[in-house]
Ligand binder design. Structure first.
Ligand code: ME8
Length: 533
């Protein structure tokens, strides 16, 4: 693949009936780190996030708050945009499903499916709860002995006209695609889960809801039939397509990765790909479904009131810095199939180990020694002299390998693995300083050329480490790099530039600066008051 090939990455679009919390921020953060590294590696990235606004819940929340649905959607979409700015996300676009650029595309796409016979008008038979005005699935109805779970009133078997999508027609093709492309659904356990369910066959799914008398106008009409609106999930999935319809964006299609969590896997790994097959479109490269954040051992829920909400996120940012929070979430997050626990004590442990005592300490040690022994400017050292002081390490090869590994891992959406390549490199600098003891050597002025060579290796390797850690911690790593006279890696253009050896020029003034990550005290109360359970 050419280095500047398009790379399109998406997050779920989030419901606007709720406020943003750490879960929404997490998926978007993971996508942000991938987008940033891929941009640094020279790829032509398009990173999309946004909000899903046509749910009926929005109508209810709006009514409860005495505003119109669009006012409610505007208010909460703005909250998401604020949260994402606070998290320093680098999305290229924020799509809202109420925007005309989306609604017109949804109608056009469904009209196409109607024309091909993939969407048809049929009868939906289900158990209707008149007291709640909703249909229940057979399983739920049976479980409650065909009575309303809320009021106990008898359920009615009702038949309603509905538009259906011919999902059943694509089961075999989808299965063949999943079999032929092991990376299509990740992690593997999620893939097996989908394959297992596919083995039971697929039935056609309703994709509209009838407009009832007195309904508030909310949702996209089915093409040519204003007695039905498009089911919110179908409307929402199409955002991935509508966002890249502008002529200068079409090159990004199809998405390389749809980053989501396990709760919405079926829609992304089955319904959406089958819709794309029906449309004759290419399928995304990968649907990556991570697991959930829980908090101090408990599921986050409204009833427990223990969400890590924006106020808590803000409190962490104020106390430890945004990048410390980004690092903790990115490296300790639920990318696999088990949930991750947000535990304050663990946060402190990771902060101190990886950041305060890790990259932060390595950078300040090296800068301090250069300041002390070479009057704060990079000494002049030839490549041969630097190589001669490798102490068993071929530094240019090591840093080159770290960049190659990081880009490869990020390409496979191993976000934590990619970022650890940077941290490993900075830890290697620490071990090197420990092995070579430049502070001892410097006591004898005759050794200064040797010390200069060692510190040059350290500075060069730290610059590459910071380049690789930049996607996780853009602000702090830009600061670190500037202390070594280097620009932010997203201005460099290409993986070769990321690993370029000899980037730190002789004579560059090296700034000691403030500690990038001051050590944290594990006994302090969690910021934001923690959670009372
Ligand atoms: O499902 N841990 O929106 P949504 C980690 N609008 N991630 C979490 C999380 C947690 N505890 N809780 C939520 C919808 N998330 C639809 C999507 S897409 C076409 C339509 C994240 O607001 C995670 O990414 O309920 C999850 O998939 C998403 O929020 C659900 O967001």
């Amino acid at each position: 693949m050419s280095q500047n090939a398009p790379y399109y990455i998406t997050t779920p679009i989030y419901y606007v009936n709720d406020r943003p919390h750490v879960g929404h921020c997490y998926t978007t953060l993971v996508a942000d780190a991938a987008a940033r590294l891929m941009r640094c590696a020279g790829r032509d990235v398009f990173f999309l996030t946004g909000t899903d606004e046509h749910a009926e819940k929005v109508v209810e929340s709006a009514a409860k708050n005495g505003v119109t649905p669009i006012e409610w959607a505007d208010r909460n979409a703005a909250e998401f945009e604020r949260a994402f700015a606070l998290m320093n996300f680098s999305h290229d676009d924020f799509i809202r499903t109420t925007q005309e650029r989306h609604t017109t595309v949804v109608q056009a796409l469904i009209a196409k499916l109607q024309a091909s016979g993939d969407v048809y008008l049929g009868d939906y038979v289900g158990w209707y709860d008149p007291s709640q005005e909703e249909y229940l699935t057979e399983t739920v109805a049976k479980e409650h002995e065909y009575k309303s779970p809320v009021t106990g009133r008898e359920l009615e078997k009702r038949t309603e006209q509905n538009y259906f999508f011919k999902l059943s027609a694509y089961a075999d093709r989808l299965k063949a695609h999943i079999d032929a492309n092991p990376g299509f659904i990740k992690p593997e356990a999620r893939r097996n889960e989908v394959l297992g369910r596919l083995g039971q066959g697929l039935v056609d799914v309703p994709i509209s809801r009838g407009v009832k008398e007195g309904d508030v106008e909310w949702g996209i009409f089915m093409p040519g039939d204003e007695s039905h609106r498009v089911y919110v999930w179908i409307d929402a999935l199409i955002n991935y397509w509508s966002a890249v319809q502008a002529p200068d964006r079409i090159k990004y299609w199809p998405a390389q990765t749809h980053a989501i969590a396990k709760d919405i896997l079926w829609f992304h790994a089955v319904i959406w790909p089958c819709m794309l097959m029906a449309l004759g479109e290419e399928l995304p490269g990968c649907v990556y479904a991570h697991s959930f954040w829980i908090r101090e051992g408990r599921k986050m829920s409204k009833s427990l009131g223990n969400f890590i909400d924006l106020a808590t996120i803000n409190a962490y940012i104020e106390r430890y810095g945004l990048d410390a929070l980004r690092w903790y979430l990115l490296t300790q997050g639920p990318m696999g199939t088990t949930d991750s626990d947000f535990v304050h004590a663990k946060f402190i442990e990771v902060y101190n180990a990886d950041l305060a005592n890790g990259i932060g300490n390595a950078a300040s040690r090296v800068a301090n020694m250069i300041a002390k022994y070479f009057d704060g400017a990079m000494p002049e050292v030839t490549a041969q002299d630097a190589a001669a002081q490798g102490f068993g390490r071929d530094w240019p090869a090591l840093t080159n390998q770290a960049v190659t590994d990081a880009v490869e891992k990020m390409g496979a959406f191993d976000v934590g693995g990619a970022l650890r390549c940077g941290l490993e490199l900075s830890n290697e600098v620490d071990r090197y300083v420990h092995d070579t003891q430049p502070f001892r050597l410097a006591k004898d002025p005759d050794n200064l050329p040797q010390v200069a060579a060692i510190l040059t290796n350290c500075a060069e390797a730290l610059v590459v480490a910071a380049n690789l850690l930049h996607p996780a911690m853009p602000g702090t790593m830009t600061n670190l790099l500037s202390r070594f006279g280097r620009p932010s890696p997203d201005t460099l253009g290409g993986a070769d530039a990321l690993s370029a050896w000899g980037a730190v020029q002789a004579g560059t003034p090296i700034e000691k600066g403030e500690a990038l990550f001051p050590r944290a005290d594990g006994d302090e109360e969690p910021p934001g008051g923690g959670c009372e359970l």
